[in-house]
Design a protein around this ligand. Sequence first.
Ligand code: COI
Length: 377
Amino acid sequence: MSETPASGPPGAPAPPALDRILRDPGFCRHSTGRVAVVEWEAGAGWSEPRVQPYDTLPMDPATLGLHYGQAVFEGMKAFRGADGSVSLFRAADHGRRLGRSAARLAMAEMPVDLFTWACAELVAADERWVPGGYGQSLYVRPLLIATEAEMGLRPSHSYRCVFLAYPADPCFGSGFRPLAVTAATETVRAVRGGTGEAKCAGNYAASLLTRTEAQAAGYDEALWLDGVERRWVEELSTMNVFFVWHGEDGPRLTTPPCDGTIVRGITRDSLLTLAGGLGLPAVEEPTAIDAVRDGIRSGALAEMFACGTAGVVVAVGRLGTAGEDLVVGDGREGPVTARLRGALLDVQHARTPDTHGWLLPVTGPAAAADEGEGRRA
Ligand code: COI
């Protein structure tokens, strides 16, 4: 591992500005000025991680990744604990998912240990950039892209993985305002056998037209339905979804199953696990948009929420479907949504014991002299 001190992109903040940034980081507005880089070449295999100043990527315009879309990414977070220490959340699971996404696009699969090593080196180098507010984090965005210049359609013989880091407020800096979503009618995001489960750039590109139209119509997000019957709820463009139903014995949670067409959300998986521990039954279950509509009308659907690494857990307060606009519950965040978000953030900030082994410690407790106001969770 080699490390070069960060000089930062043009306009990188002087140290006094860092406190200001950490108080109000927004979502990925400020790069830390450093990246980690890992490369793969056919015949040579993977390089060791290098932490180096942030810079543009030198790319031949004939690069395979640009033309044929061999580009996959992750979104993950490092959190500050109450004692000032910093840990990555479910780093190995993010590494495994990047490997599965890469495999689906016939790209080189990075060993999980190498992935976590690169993440940990970058976060350790950027330790001062990890904000301490509850829900705040250092967002790490690993991007793996084919780098060989070649016009023939075939898998690249070289790849670069660049790990970017940004201090971040939770939920895209929106303050957990409940979302308004509308079911997509004209387009679909994925079909079984396609790339829907891969976290690949193309899936996000495919969602943009409909998402932009939804936003122009006053919604935050498009809600994707399955590509065959146009009936089964899948996910949003940036987050998975959960439903909270009134059950005979209390609330019951459901979320659409991972059948190859939705991203296997790590937040989604964490919530399924945490819900069980809170005594909230939670299952993967196909859910038709008609059942959601009927549930909202009858009151059987108590809450709906979205979840993802960047978004965390955020209520859905309004749903547009079949020409109607329906308010979920009273349109505000419900108690189950709030409870699950708290349970997740408490684990991420090490306020509750990490019984699932989800935290990868990167730095130890902060020295007393470094513990400035506002830097602690
Ligand atoms: C994340 O939640 O980290 C994602 O990768 C979604 C992205 C579109 C912001």
